[in-house]
Design a protein around this ligand. Structure first.
Ligand code: ADP
Ligand code: MG
Ligand code: MG
Length: 255
């Protein structure tokens, strides 16, 4: 078993008017085998949390720790974090003109494993992964995410997830912009990933609808840069009925 541990994490970004604190003390422990849902309103800092764990240079960690099995993740490069078993599916996957999906996947796999995958079995694996999310195999030759629809970008994230098969996956609004069929296909991919066992998922979402397909063990309400409440799956149902309003008002009153 592995543990991803976030302790009192404070994160700022540089803005024109100076440094602005976005994360105001996040505590979260995810063990491999657990699925955690983070739910919160727009602008509460969910993506900032995802990027901070993954090592995006735009974010400054002002205090706190992030460790993976006791190893300090914050001292690692983005590549080292990936090799340590971390994967981030971004809310807005970046387009990489001139790099084919096929090359991108193979390069990522090689970097993580420390050796290139055997070509024949690899091509079969890629094809199978694309088939599973109903992505046309022609996408393998297209530039990464260039001209992909929102849904195609999210399916491509799931292809990466399944092929790279990390220990911990952070999925940032992998459900946003999906129609009901794509939502089901993407959710099934996440469920195949967790069904292997010993995998941890941090599922960041704004809506409860993906939780009809992916059953979290823990639900965290994220407001104003910190976790305002945590509970089990029943907390998601309460959010569905009540919305974030009372948490937002409580957070505003607490300042
Ligand atoms: P969420 O994913 O929950 O919608 P984000 O993490 O994207 O929230 O953003 C949290 C807050 O941080 C927002 O108010 C956003 O405007 C602000 N923010 C993020 N990046 C920057 C930046 N580079 N400059 C100024 N504000 C930023
Ligand atoms: Mg603090
Ligand atoms: Mg976001």
């Amino acid at each position: 078993m592995s543990t991803l541990e976030i302790r009192d994490l404070h994160v700022s970004v540089d803005t024109e008017s100076g440094e602005k604190e976005i994360l105001a003390g996040v505590d979260l422990t995810i063990r491999s085998g657990e699925t955690h849902a983070i739910m919160g309103p727009n602008g509460s800092g969910k993506s900032t949390l995802a990027y901070s764990i993954a090592g995006h240079p735009k974010y400054t960690i002002t205090s706190g720790t992030v460790t993976l099995d006791g190893q300090n993740l914050l001292e690692m490069t983005v590549d080292e974090r990936a090799r340590a078993g971390l994967f981030l599916a971004m809310q807005y996957p970046v387009e990489v003109p001139g790099v084919s999906v096929s090359n991108f996947l193979r390069t990522a796999k090689t970097a993580i494993d420390g050796q290139a995958p055997k070509l024949r079995t690899w091509v079969k694996e890629v094809n199978a992964a694309m088939d599973r999310v109903h992505m046309d195999r022609e996408f393998a030759q297209r530039s990464v995410n260039e001209g992909f629809s929102g849904g195609e970008k999210k399916r491509h994230e799931i292809v990466q997830l399944e092929l790279l098969n990390p220990r911990f996956a952070i999925l940032d609004e992998t459900d946003s912009g999906l129609d009901i069929d794509a939502l089901r296909i993407v959710s099934e991919g996440v469920n195949r990933f967790t069904a292997q066992g010993d995998r941890g998922v941090l599922l960041i979402t704004h809506y409860t609808r993906i939780l009809r397909y992916i059953k979290p063990d823990f639900v965290h309400v994220f407001v104003a840069g910190r976790i305002a409440e945590q509970g089990g799956p029943e907390l998601a149902e309460r959010l569905e009925a009540e919305g974030y309003d009372r948490y937002v008002r409580a957070a505003a009153g607490a300042v």
